[in-house]
Design a binder for this molecule. Sequence first.
Ligand code: PAF
Length: 284
Amino acid sequence: MIVVSGIAEYREARRKMNLSGPLVFVPTMGALHAGHGALISMARGLAGSAGAVVASIFVNPSQFGPNEDFHRYPRPFAADTALLNELGTDLLFAPDVSRMYPAGPAVVTVDPGPLADVLEGAIRPGHFRGVCTVVAKLLAIVTPDILILGRKDYQQQAVVKQMIQDLNFCTSLVVAPTVREPDGLAMSSRNRYLSADQRPRAAAIYQALQKGRDMVLTGRADTASLNALMTEHINRAGLTVDYALACDPDTLAPCAKYVECPVVLLAAARLGNTRLIDNLLIEK
Ligand code: PAF
């Protein structure tokens, strides 16, 4: 695996690859886990032997709020590079903040549009502007044919999909399924923050989504009762729910009185200082 930290250096390495197959890109903030591993394996399959897998590691300051975990975000770079290498990544782009934002925060940024006003966007103002801006910069640098994002960050993939469509990026988005721990907890770099006492309780989020799915699949689910069922289950485990809602999978608008499929159940909750998100798409 080639590792580069500069933009010119990346472009030179990309040119030298002289590809006849697709360049498949997996952007990350590092602190990699088996969920990222699945994205890289999927990328390897899509790239084949004629294409290439490119990953990036960049903890992007512009997507963190002032009181969020930018400074304590884990940065186990040696373990991350070893995993990427083992899974068949061809090229890793790992810039530092001064390479991505040499003159300080970007002056021209990407307006993420109305999908970013709700849910995570309402609780984390500016988050999706930061995500879209850095993803746009990464796409301009990496120039991939295919971008892979995980479905765990459901709203992120929806916002980025809209950006790719509206700004005509020459990249197709592939969304990969969420990878879970044996008790159902969605894999996330932030799971590392959980104490031994908190960790088992975090599984309540996925349990709540499953209860919600059961309710949807057994008949005509009343939206308010469904949302209350999910919220109560998570709160009972000692977490604090930010939201637990049934929404339209495309517009992210909350369901009307009754839930109609397809629907996505989206939840976010806090456990101590850790904020966790998860979702379940029900297509029927
Ligand atoms: O999902 C993430 O890890 C980040 O939001 C991303 C897409 C790498 C942009 O910084």
